[in-house]
Design a protein around this ligand. Structure first.
Ligand SMILES: Nc1nc2c(ncn2[C@@H]2O[C@H](COP(=O)(O)OP(=O)(O)OP(=O)(O)O)[C@@H](O)[C@H]2O)c(=O)[nH]1
Ligand SMILES: [Mg+2]
Length: 312
C-alpha cells in the first residue's frame, strides 16, 4: 500500500475520534478570543478526546503562555495544538531497533487478548524479511489451538519458520527450543507470541516470568525487547493495561493497533505523557503491510484534523 494510503487511513481513523475535538475547536474559536473560558473549554475537549488530564493540562499551559488573550483563527489553533501534542509524542517515537550483535535479538510480545499481538508479529516478520533479515516465530500462545494456526499462517505468508508445539504445550519449553534453534541458525530476531489471557492474572504473570527465566538459561540478556501491544479502540483502558503488564514484566516498548478503525488516537498522547515508553509502531489495518513507524508530527496533525503530508 502506498504511504499516501496509510496516512489517509490513519487520518480517517483519527478523524472519527477527533471529530468532536475538531468541531469543538471551531466553536471555541468562533465565539471569542483565547480567554480563560475558551482555554477551559479547549482543555475539556482535549480530555474528552482521550488525551488525559496531564497532557491536556500541559498543552493548555503552553497555550496560556504563548497565546492568552489573542485573537486566533481555527487554523492557528490547530497548528499550535499539533505542535504541542507533537512535542509530547516526539520523545516516544522510536522504532524498535534490533541489536545486530544478538543472534537472535529476542522479542517477547505481550498484551491482553485481541489487541493484535499475533497480527503484529506477522507484520513485523514481513518487515524483517523485506529487509533481508531472518526472523523466527514462536507460537507461545498454546492456550488456544487457533492461535497456533494463526501464527503458522503468518509464517507461511511471510516466509518465516514458526516453532510450535502440540495443544497445551509448555510455552517456556517452546521458547527455549526456539531460541536454541534460532541461535544455531544465527537468525536475526526471535518473535515470541504469548497468550493474552489465562485463567487469571496470576497465571499469566507466572507463565510470562517462566518464559523469561527459561530464555535466560540460554541467553542471560534475553529478552532484549518486551513489546506490549495495545488496542487504541479501548481508550482509557489501555492505560490500565500498561500498569498491569509493567507489574508482570519489564515492558520496553509499545505498539498501538487499530488506529484505522473507530480509533481513539488521543490515547497515544495519554500513554506518552503517563509512561514515556517508546511507541515503536502503529497498526492501521489487518493486512501484512499495515504496520507503520510512529511519526509524532504526522500523528499530531491527524489528531487535530490538519492535513497530513502524503509521506516521504
Ligand atoms: N483494523 C485493524 N485490525 C487489527 C489491527 N491489528 C490487529 N487487528 C485485528 O484484530 C484482531 C485480533 O488480532 P490478533 O493479532 O489475533 O490479536 P491477539 O492479541 O493475538 O489476540 P489473542 O491471541 O486472542 O490474545 C484480528 O482480527 C486482527 O486482524 C489493526 O491495526 N487494525
Ligand atoms: Mg494471538
Amino acid at each position: 500500500m502506498a504511504l499516501g494510503g496509510f496516512f489517509s487511513r490513519l487520518k480517517d481513523g483519527l478523524a472519527r475520534s477527533t471529530q468532536k475535538l475538531s468541531d469543538g475547536i471551531t466553536s471555541v474559536v468562533r465565539r471569542r478570543r483565547l480567554d480563560d473560558d475558551a482555554l477551559e473549554e479547549l482543555e475539556e475537549l482535549l480530555i474528552s478526546a482521550d488525551l488525559g488530564t496531564e497532557a491536556a493540562g500541559r498543552v493548555i499551559a503552553a497555550f496560556r503562555r504563548s497565546r492568552f488573550g489573542k485573537e486566533v483563527t481555527d487554523d492557528e489553533i490547530r497548528q499550535a495544538l499539533a505542535e504541542e501534542i507533537a512535542a509530547i509524542l516526539a520523545p516516544v517515537a522510536k522504532p524498535l531497533e534490533l541489536d545486530p550483535a544478538k543472534k537472535p535479538h529476542v522479542v517477547l510480545v505481550v498484551g491482553v487478548n485481541g489487541t493484535g499481538k499475533t497480527t503484529t508479529i506477522g507484520k513485523l516478520a514481513l518487515q524483517y524479511r523485506q529487509e533481508g533479515k531472518r526472523p523466527v516465530l514462536v507460537a507461545g500462545d498454546t492456550f488456544r489451538a487457533a492461535a497456533v494456526e494463526q501464527l503458522q499462517i503468518w509464517g507461511e505468508r511471510v516466509g518465516a519458520p514458526v516453532v510450535a508445539g502440540g495443544a497445551g504445550a509448555d510455552p517456556a519449553g517452546l521458547a527455549f527450543d526456539a531460541l536454541t534453534r534460532a541461535q544455531a541458525e544465527a537468525a536475526d530476531v526471535l518473535l515470541i507470541d504469548t497468550a493474552g489471557r489465562l485463567h487469571n492474572k496470576g497465571a499469566l504473570m507466572e507463565e510470562l516470568r517462566k518464559v523469561i527465566r527459561v530464555l535466560r538459561k540460554q541467553d542471560a540478556s534475553a529478552p532484549h525487547s518486551v513489546l506490549l501491544v495495545l488496542d487504541a479502540t479501548t481508550g482509557q483502558n489501555a492505560l490500565q493495561q500498561v500498569r498491569v503488564f509493567k507489574e508482570m514484566v519489564d515492558v520496553t516498548g509499545l505498539v498501538v493497533t487499530k488506529l484505522d478503525g473507530s480509533a481513539r488516537g488521543g490515547i497515544v498522547v495519554a500513554l506518552a505523557e503517563t509512561f514515556r515508553l517508546p511507541v515503536h509502531a502503529v497498526g492501521v489495518g489487518e493486512q501484512a503491510t499495515d504496520l507503520r513507524p510512529f511519526d509524532a508530527g504526522e500523528f499530531a496533525r491527524g489528531l487535530v484534523g490538519l492535513e497530513v503530508a502524503a509521506g516521504p
